[in-house]
Design a protein around this ligand. Structure first.
Ligand code: NI
Length: 255
């Protein structure tokens, strides 16, 4: 009973074989997938997918890379969509200082507005963080994100940073990069995260785990992340699958 807590099944990379790819995930033992809608195009298609399959859920939010495209009214649109029974979190939201499409001040404003919305609605949030650890922590604290908590998606920071996120009521989710041989820091953090705060994900079609690194990722490969987690924690893959599935169900209110 694996759960992929963060995937993009509606990405254009799956246009040719979406149904087959979803079937491969089911065949690999994936029982639930949380699909992330993050801009004007992917939010409607993510919800459509969640309506089509009972084991797929959707998040809605505005990605920091696309922050510059957010128009007046879009926050209200997201608020409206949060009432949908298959929408389980606001995200992915956060800061991305690697790509420079959206200025940092715009990213920060859009991030803050969505945390405020999440608090208003009592929805957990899914955090995207690239090269912005300090500002992410600062804004989460200032905006009292611990009231709703959520998921640090594909966590790549230090144990010090992880501890601060745990203190603010967040779960720590690991993806493909933790399976890489040289991923010393992610493996160290995975070894220490309390088991009731541990999640696994693919972020498919990106961040493909070993041994498929460099190829297209898909939700079936969450099993490879589970295998790495099991090895590091001295548990079986089934135990990791059950723990991370129960954590995702509890946090996001999945069936
Ligand atoms: Ni993502």
């Amino acid at each position: 009973m694996l759960t992929d807590s963060h995937t993009h099944l509606n990405a254009e990379q799956f246009n040719e074989d979406q149904d087959e790819m979803i079937q491969r995930a089911l065949d690999a033992g994936v029982t639930r997938m949380v699909n992330v809608g993050f801009n004007r195009e992917t939010i409607p298609s993510s919800i459509a997918l969640a309506e089509k399959y009972d084991f797929i859920y959707s998040t809605v939010g505005w990605h920091p890379v696309d922050a510059i495209d957010m128009m007046p009214g879009d926050l209200g649109w997201i608020e409206e969509l949060c009432k949908h029974e298959k929408v389980v979190a606001i995200g992915e939201i956060g800061l991305d200082y690697y790509w420079d499409k959206s200025p940092r001040d715009v990213q920060q404003r859009v991030f803050r507005e969505q945390i405020q919305l999440a608090r208003k609605l009592g929805m957990p949030i899914v955090i995207h963080n690239r090269d912005a650890h300090q500002d992410i922590l600062h804004i989460l604290k200032e905006e009292k994100a611990e009231e709703v908590g959520g998921i640090m998606h594909c966590f790549s920071g230090s144990w010090e940073t992880a501890k601060q996120c745990l203190d603010m009521n967040f779960h720590i989710s690991f993806g493909g990069p933790v399976t890489f041989k040289n991923a010393k820091q992610p493996k160290e953090v995975l070894a220490q995260v309390p088991l009731d705060r541990l999640l696994i994900e693919t972020d498919a079609p990106y961040l493909t785990p070993h041994p498929f690194r460099g190829k297209r990722n898909e939700s079936a490969y969450v099993r490879l992340v589970a295998e790495t987690a099991a090895e590091i924690r001295g548990l079986t893959v089934d135990e990791i699958a059950e723990i991370t599935t129960n954590n995702t169900i509890r946090l996001l209110g999945l069936k």
